[in-house]
Design a protein around this ligand. Sequence first.
Ligand code: PMP
Length: 367
Amino acid sequence: ASQRVMNFSPGPAKLPEEVLERAQKELTNYSDTGISVMEMSHRSSDFSQIMNRTESNLREIMKIPDNYKVLFLQGGGTGQMAAVPLNLIKLKSSGCADYIITGSWSAKAADEAEKYGTVNHVYPNTKVYTGVQCVSTWKLNPDASYVYYCANETVHGVEFDFVPETNGVPLVCDMSSNFMSIPVDFTKYGMVFAGAQKNIGCAGVTVVIVREDLIGQAMKECPSVLDYKAQSRASSLLNTPPCYSIYIMGLIFEWVKASGGTEAMAEKSRVKSEAIYDVIDKSNGFYVCPVAEHCRSRMNIPFRVGNAEGEDLLEKQFLEGATQRGMISLKGHRSVGGIRVSLYNAVSVQDTMHLAEYMQEFMALHQ
Ligand code: PMP
């Protein structure tokens, strides 16, 4: 473990050492079966136990009500951007859905949905993603089949600090990058999805949580593997599931439970993100985060270093210095540049404090 670096990757992201070590211990001989989880039939009783335990821990941690189905699917968050309209856009005869665009991921989801129905943008997309536009300007369509938003925009660092009110229209949410970092009231949602590779595991599995009454009205063109009804009837075993990714996700759920659940994750996220925002806010403009204060993400913090001139050079130096100190994956997304700090559940307070100290030191040297 001493050779491990401080990993601030936006995803796939850091996993807790305890989880990796347990997976290592169980790698070649899972629970005295004499085989690896990777070598096990997805219809075996050992794997059924893994599936059942993973689902029940998820339900317990996130307090998911009984009238919601939990599915473990493939195709990632991007797959769900298609699955959502394929399954839900015909819930009403309008064939129309409302999209709240706050960054590149919700914009992508709206583009994908255009293939299957009519998309209404609740406000014009300015393509400047620095916050959530004031609710009083939103034009929600009461006939929409659903309202879609992304709880945390991973690239732009915009996180909702409230749940949109839709007046009875089912609310659909992409929680890929802040899932299990805060308690959620599922009764406010029709459907939620989250790819695992940020807060809850490795790539390959996507959690889908969908209210039962919304299942069963998929378009006839919907591929069976993305069809919530077909998958829920088959208990997510319509075809071979991503067995190993599900197993790793199950280990993460046990780790979250042992670490105090979503309340503890929320508190830890608050402490970590405040430490970084604090350095930014007290830097007299040396570090600049463009996101409006009320919707600054606790998970992904994008910022620029220095004043406009020489910014690129300073950022390069910042990243090099970070690497020398064993802090990696801090480069901003190629579409926005700059620096991005990702602080998912597995990132420790200690690593975050090291980074905050480094930011202070770098500023003192270059201001
Ligand atoms: N939604 C969000 C918020 C994301 O951050 C990502 C991945 N970075 C996706 C969707 C797409 O996920 P995937 O790569 O698993 O398709």
